[in-house]
Design a protein around this ligand. Structure first.
Ligand SMILES: Nc1nc2c(ncn2[C@@H]2O[C@H](COP(=O)(O)OP(=O)(O)O)[C@@H](O)[C@H]2O)c(=O)[nH]1
Ligand SMILES: [Mg+2]
Length: 436
């Protein structure tokens, strides 16, 4: 059960030593607490300098900045305590606040309160978490757009489009109770247009999620093709052991690598082969299969000794077929990218192919906004419903079609306001850092 009655406290600056640390306090009516620690009156937007009495006979000179409800980050009274950036001092101040009745905040609890007090929307709250963890300027750019409401605007536009069609269908059903006399042809064509638009919208969101959460790329192929060598050259460091001995890579090795401002999470795997293997290799292959199942892009790397290599993949991700060891053969494969991982040949071309496989148009992606897997899952569910609605858009099944459109609207609506179960909110906010 979400508790919003307590006054919560946490260090909002990164852990460790620094010039200044900032401890944040939020709750209903903090003025008494403020008076107790500072001896002064809490005044909105005013900074008070005071000495706080701590354990071990210590005192700490702090700056207390006050934000009075509702004009604060959380919508409650908030006090920001700036102190010397020593973790022991931070600990003592938090312990003092605990002794005065404050509870330590859970991860993301300040932002959750902000959401519950309608200071930020759920999408905004999620975007704030993404902003904090963004590791490229490109990502910051799209996150900024989401923060200024671009993503929500697009969703709202889509919701209204869907609503228009729904209202038409439902209206027609209601008014034609006796003899159904709906202009099915026109409705079906409207639904079709919507689905064409929505498919495009879905791929826009897919790109936004990949940009925000990173593109999972799994390197697979026959043993000794040079998978680990490729991983190392992409990472510009020795992540994986390279050896002529087949079966060297047994476990999964992962590395997050920035390419042209996008984050790619590469996984080097044990090669998939039918030959007899020991227990460890078998486990490695199982793990490789699991990774392949979750990949956004698969690099299938072969070498001149395995030109006829064939593999089947569990889902239907994008597969980049790449031939390695270009130094050992004449480049005659027109449709395949040929590289040398060992001698750094055509690696930039491979990087270009990865970016275009993930994002199609780099510029278009960067003009867009950021989104999360949670949003994409709801959008995919919505799309399945609108497709079903189009298929059922015939005179004798138009009511079923309307039902599917209703579910579609529900799924889209949940992006902004999920059926506010504590569990879901807990799940979303627990990925935040403490103090946010
Ligand atoms: N000639 C040549 N050898 C390569 C190239 N890339 C990798 N190798 C060699 O191929 C062998 C197997 O490499 P490794 O990366 O361990 O392959 P993996 O089993 O697919 O991970 C090693 O001896 C590498 O040095 C390349 O571009 N040209
Ligand atoms: Mg290897």
């Amino acid at each position: 059960m979400i508790n919003t009655e307590d006054i919560i406290v946490a260090c909002s600056s990164p852990p460790g030593s620094g010039a200044i640390s900032c401890i944040r306090v939020s709750g209903k009516n903090c003025s008494k607490l403020f008076k107790k620690i500072s001896g002064k009156k809490m005044v909105h937007k005013e900074a008070a300098i005071c000495k706080i009495q701590l354990e071990h006979g210590l005192t700490e000179k702090c700056v207390l900045t006050s934000f009075v409800s509702p004009n604060s980050y959380t919508g409650e009274d908030v006090i920001e305590i700036s102190c010397h950036g020593n973790p022991l001092i931070v600990e003592l101040i938090i312990s003092k606040l605990n002794s005065l009745g404050c509870r330590n905040a859970e991860p993301g609890e300040f932002t959750m309160r902000s959401y519950l007090n309608e200071k930020v929307s759920l999408v905004e709250a999620e975007t704030i978490a993404d902003l904090i963890s963004a590791e490229t300027y490109e990502k910051l750019k799209t996150i900024n757009k989401s923060l200024s409401g671009e993503f929500e605007k697009e969703i709202n536009k889509t919701i209204s489009k869907l609503k228009k069609i729904r209202t038409k269908i439902e209206g027609e059903i209601d008014f034609n109770d006796q003899s159904i006399n709906i202009n099915i042809v026109s409705l079906k064509s409207e639904l079709k247009d919507f689905n064409v638009f929505f498919k495009d919208f879905t791929s826009k969101i897919e790109a936004a999620v990949l940009l925000n959460e990173g593109v999972k790329v799994v390197i697979t192929g026959p043993e000794n093709a040079g998978k680990s060598t490729l991983m190392n050259i992409l990472a510009e460091e020795n992540v994986s052991i390279v050896s002529e001995t087949p079966g060297t890579t047994r476990d999964l090795l992962s590395k997050s690598i920035k390419i042209q401002g996008f984050v790619f999470d590469f996984v080097d795997t044990a090669g998939l082969s039918d030959e007899q293997h020991g227990e460890i290799e078998k486990i490695g292959m199982e793990r490789a299969k699991k990774a392949l199942n979750q990949a956004n892009i698969i690099i299938e790397l072969i070498d001149p000794e395995n030109m006829n290599y064939k593999a089947q993949y569990p889902r239907d991700p994008k597969v980049l077929k790449v031939i390695n060891k270009l130094d050992l053969f004449e480049n005659s494969e027109e449709n395949k990218l040929c590289i040398s991982a060992k001698y750094n040949k055509n690696i930039n071309e491979l990087k270009d192919s990865l970016v275009s496989a993930a994002f199609k148009s780099k510029n278009k992606t960067l003009e867009g906004f950021s989104a999360r897997t949670r949003h994409l899952e709801l959008i995919n569910k919505c799309y399945a419903e609108t497709i079903a609605a189009e298929k059922l858009c015939f005179e004798d099944s138009v009511e079923l079609s309307a039902e599917h459109l209703k579910s579609a609207s529900n799924f889209l609506g949940q992006i902004m306001s999920p059926y506010s179960s504590d569990d879901l909110l807990g799940e979303i906010f627990s990925s935040f850092c403490i103090g946010k």
